[in-house]
Design a protein around this ligand. Structure first.
Ligand code: AMP
Length: 193
């Protein structure tokens, strides 16, 4: 199964992806996680991406497309994968199409988590608090100022993807304001169709 999770930062894509990983035994490909790992490892990509990520802006399409193209060829992706936080621009969406068609693969669904903007800042603040309480590192971009920029980037560059996938007949939406369990149920129902 190959699935794309769409939605603004804080919509719950990562949370749902982790649950679906367990249920379907396919990996979560989070470009945010991959980029953070590159920043930590101080690779060339990490060095290029760090300032952009800290500012809440988007890393270049060329960088993320290359990371994903390499990742989907790994063995654990043979049965499918969940794309979380990718694609985020129309150029990335075109790149996904090309990557899949080159490999004779298709996309099963694009699921958009529809959420109320006003709830998002609160969710991000909570994510930072939870990480702090668990003794985990707090993401630098999980603060209200950077979050505003991340949301602006989302509306400018990522929100048009809903139209892109709707036009292709692939877009399905779920109520992302429901409980975590309920959102999972909604996604499973879509995947079962
Ligand atoms: P995320 O963990 O998905 O919220 O991503 C954190 C940050 O990583 C974003 O604010 C971007 O700076 C960068 N990033 C993650 N995924 C992408 C992507 N698909 N395209 C461009 N930048 C990305």
């Amino acid at each position: 199964m190959r699935l794309i999770l769409l939605g603004p930062p804080g919509a719950g894509k990562g949370t749902q992806a982790q649950i679906l990983v367990e249920k379907f035994n396919i990996p979560q490909l989070s470009t945010g996680d991959m980029l953070r790992a590159a920043v930590r490892a101080q690779t060339d990509i990490g060095k290029k991406a760090k300032a952009v990520m800290d500012a809440g802006e988007l890393v270049s399409d060329a960088i993320v497309n290359a990371i994903v193209a390499e990742r989907i060829d790994q063995d654990d992706c043979a049965q499918g994968f969940i794309l979380d936080g990718y694609p985020r621009t129309l150029a990335q969406a075109d790149a996904v199409e090309a990557m899949l068609s080159e490999r004779d693969l298709t996309l099963d669904a694009v699921v958009e988590l529809v959420v109320d903007d006003k709830a998002l800042v609160g969710r991000i603040v909570k994510r930072a608090e939870d990480a702090r309480a668990a003794g985990q590192p707090v993401r630098k971009d999980d603060n209200p100022d950077v979050f505003e920029e991340r949301l602006r980037e989302y509306y400018k560059k990522t929100a048009p993807l809903t139209g892109y996938y709707y036009a292709k007949g692939k877009l399905r939406t779920v109520d992302g304001m429901a409980s975590i369990e309920d959102v999972t149920r909604q996604i499973e129902k879509i995947l079962a169709e």
